[in-house]
Design a protein around this ligand. Structure first.
Ligand code: URA
Length: 193
């Protein structure tokens, strides 16, 4: 559908395929490096992302980037960062099915042109887009590897906004499990690449 990523981005920036085109400040196409082997997929831009046009720059995004940095993965070098939908839903409500479908060509273009080796799904909305058959919760499937049709390995992890509400690092807590999952991603990267 798109000839290249730049064309997809330009189309996204002036997109009105759904109603979110009327309420957004900026569409948020992607952040990080298009050369990265890891693609991180979140849910949707929040207030800070909508204002800045960059994904995962608000409180939850800063926490996620700190957790990636703790395992040696840097935003601008190692990660290509996107959301399932590219415009902020009012009051940060969950994206509707129609919004996800309207936005899907952009995510498909990103997957096709970036060809990530590893895809990290942050939260249930990203899981529902890339693993549509999966009905279990993030708590049940996080940390496990799935195969994507492209050959990429896929892992679901907790969304960072959930981690903002759970501070403990004790064994078995969400933050400790997130650390284990990110360490597993680094070790898979070493094996694959
Ligand atoms: N939450 C997301 O899922 N994505 C962002 O870009 C910011 C917050």
């Amino acid at each position: 559908m798109f000839q290249n990523l730049a064309e997809a981005q330009a189309t996204c920036e002036s997109c009105h395929a759904c109603e979110l085109g009327q309420t957004r400040t900026k569409s948020v196409f992607a952040g990080g490096s298009p050369l990265a082997k890891i693609m991180v997929i979140g849910e949707a831009p929040g207030k800070d992302e909508d204002e800045q046009g960059e994904p995962f720059v608000g409180r939850s995004g800063q926490l996620l980037m700190k957790l990636f940095a703790e395992v040696g993965l840097e935003r601008e070098r190692d990660l290509y960062i996107v959301n399932t939908i590219k415009c902020r839903p009012p009051q940060n409500r969950k994206p509707t099915q129609a919004e996800k479908e309207a936005c899907r060509p952009f995510l498909d273009a990103q997957l096709a042109f970036i060809q990530p080796q590893i895809i990290v799904l942050c939260g249930a909305t990203a899981v529902s887009s890339l693993l549509p058959q999966e009905k279990r919760t993030i708590t049940q499937i996080r940390g496990q590897w799935f195969d994507h049709a492209s050959g990429a390995k896929v892992m679901a992890v907790f969304h960072p906004s959930y981690l903002l509400r759970h501070h403990s690092l004790d064994a078995g807590t969400p933050r400790s499990l997130m650390r284990l999952d990110l360490a597993e991603i680094v070790s898979a990267l070493g094996e694959k690449c």
